[in-house]
Design a protein around this ligand. Structure first.
Ligand code: GDP
Ligand code: ZN
Length: 305
């Protein structure tokens, strides 16, 4: 029988739920695949695969397409660490189209250091970052823009929403439509409420997935892509919150700040850390307002470790 193309929706202890045009199949990996791709997870949610179906109604994953993007911990991307081929990376999700970082305008107050760390991860992994400023009903539109517009200015997409009043929910929905999105953010910012506003019941599902996956550092007992009625998928991945930046070398950090990156070549010293050197183009830009102090503070805090 011809292999059927499909998408892995769910991965649990060696079993994968694969969605195909002929329905969902519970599959295992063909043995020969296990010999390949050892450094990182063999198969993960979001992987495009082909399966063969068995007489008993189950399936066998025959091939896994190369990943366009990946969100993982213990990433082998970017840095110069030696022997990284021996590192065991855990793929949280394969082929995400975007990462949507949800923060509240208030209650809880937005934690911009955390947002900046999330954005660096997205930059490291080449996944477009979208910022969702929820609970916009709690402060004035001007106050909200004072907090989040700086991200718009450096090129990120910012959506102001309120799951309570419905403001911005259509825009949020349009952003999810047809894409594979990873949703991340601190608890209490309204992620579940927003998803429920997009599709009734969706927030409940992500919550049960989160609770299952937050237990234990390396367990992906229950990671899942949730199909949207409007097309596309959402993964609310609690794993991303625990992602450390250990794999970003201090001297490459400046490359992951989109507004700092273009200035680096103008610094007086090649190896400028942008922390205290004279002739630093980055510090000059902070002084004249071209780079926001908030972002520069995040840079300094992460750079100093
Ligand atoms: P999660 O932990 O990120 O999934 O957050 P929840 O969706 O559970 O929301 C946390 C709390 O914030 C709940 O009491 C929600 O009713 C409330 N909430 C969610 N969205 C909004 C919003 O846009 N405005 C206001 N005022 N409250 C909200
Ligand atoms: Zn510098």
């Amino acid at each position: 029988m011809d292999p059927t193309p499909g998408l892995i929706l769910k991965a649990q202890s060696g079993f994968f739920t694969v969605r195909t045009s002929a329905g969902d199949f519970t599959c295992q990996l063909r043995g020969k695949l296990k010999k390949e791709r050892l450094a990182i997870d063999l198969a993960a949610i979001g992987d495009q695969v082909t399966i063969s179906t068995q007489p008993d109604g189950t399936g066998m994953i025959e091939s896994i397409a190369p990943r366009r993007t990946v969100l993982m911990r213990g990433t082998p991307h970017g840095s110069k660490r030696v022997d990284r081929s021996k590192e065991k990376g855990q793929v949280l999700i394969a082929n995400p189209d975007q990462a949507v970082f949800v923060f509240a305008c208030a209650n809880p107050a937005p934690h911009l250091r955390m947002l900046d760390r999330f954005i660096i991860l997205a930059e490291v992994m080449h996944v477009p970052a979208v910022i969702c400023a929820n609970k916009a009903d709690l402060i004035t539109p001007q106050a909200a823009r004072n907090i989040f517009d700086l991200y718009l200015q450096i090129g990120y997409h910012v959506i102001y929403t309120s799951a309570s009043t419905g403001q911005g929910v259509e825009e949020f929905k349009d952003r999810l439509r047809g894409r594979l999105s990873v949703l991340a953010g601190p608890s209490g910012v309204g992620k579940s409420s927003l998803l429920n506003a997009v599709q009734p019941g969706l927030g409940i599902k992500t919550r049960s997935v989160s609770e299952a996956t937050t237990k234990g550092r390396h367990t992906t007992v229950h990671s899942e892509l949730l199909p949207l009625d409007i097309g596309g998928f959402v993964a609310d991945t609690p794993g991303i919150r625990a992602l450390a930046l250990w794999d970003v070398e201090p001297d490459e950090l400046d490359a992951y700040f989109v507004e700092i990156r273009p200035l680096v070549s103008e610094c007086e010293f090649n190896d400028c850390t942008h922390l205290n050197e004279s002739g630093c183009a980055v510090r000059k830009a902070v002084v004249n307002g071209a780079i926001s102090e908030s972002r520069y503070n995040s840079y300094c805090m992460i750079r100093k470790g």
